[in-house]
Design a protein around this ligand. Structure first.
Ligand SMILES: [Zn+2]
Length: 145
């Protein structure tokens, strides 16, 4: 399949993210491991090297799950006053399961947003004239360089 000339009916970032699929074709798998992003899409060949949400998914998952579980725990502890062993038996697994269960779709969603907004690390190109402005737009015609 020729990837560069074909046009794709790309899914929304949220749809591709929640299903952990390729942001361009919506079919290929994004992950090759639990959180390891594949080298490229196994359906359309999209190179996933642009995809690097870094610690973004962990931050959002920890914050979201932490706030929700802690709020529910606080309400439960005040309303029902359960024994401390029961609180640990419920809250710790809820935190672990909540984080592990949402990490993949959140990471996949952030990668899909990176793809949709063409967000990647900045690449600087030098005009080769260090000392004369260095990193600037070279407005001369190519034939004059
Ligand atoms: Zn694809």
């Amino acid at each position: 399949m020729e990837a560069s000339v074909a046009s794709y009916d790309s899914p929304s970032s949220l749809s591709a993210g929640l299903r952990c699929r390729c942001p361009r074709c919506g079919e290929g798998k994004l992950f090759s491991g639990f959180l390891t992003i594949a080298k490229s899409c196994d359906r359309c060949g999209l190179d996933f090297s642009f995809a690097d949400p870094a610690d973004g998914p962990a931050f959002f998952v920890m914050s979201g799950v932490g706030i929700l579980v802690t709020a529910a725990w606080a309400w439960w502890a005040v309303a029902a006053q359960p024994p401390i062993w029961a609180q640990f038996a419920v809250v710790v697994p809820a935190l672990v399961a909540g984080c592990l269960g949402t990490l993949r779709p959140v990471k996949s969603w952030l990668v899909a947003e990176q793809y949709a907004h063409k967000a990647e690390e900045a690449r600087w190109s030098s005009t080769g004239r260090h000392g004369e402005g260095g990193f600037t737009i070279d407005r001369r015609k190519a034939s004059d360089r």
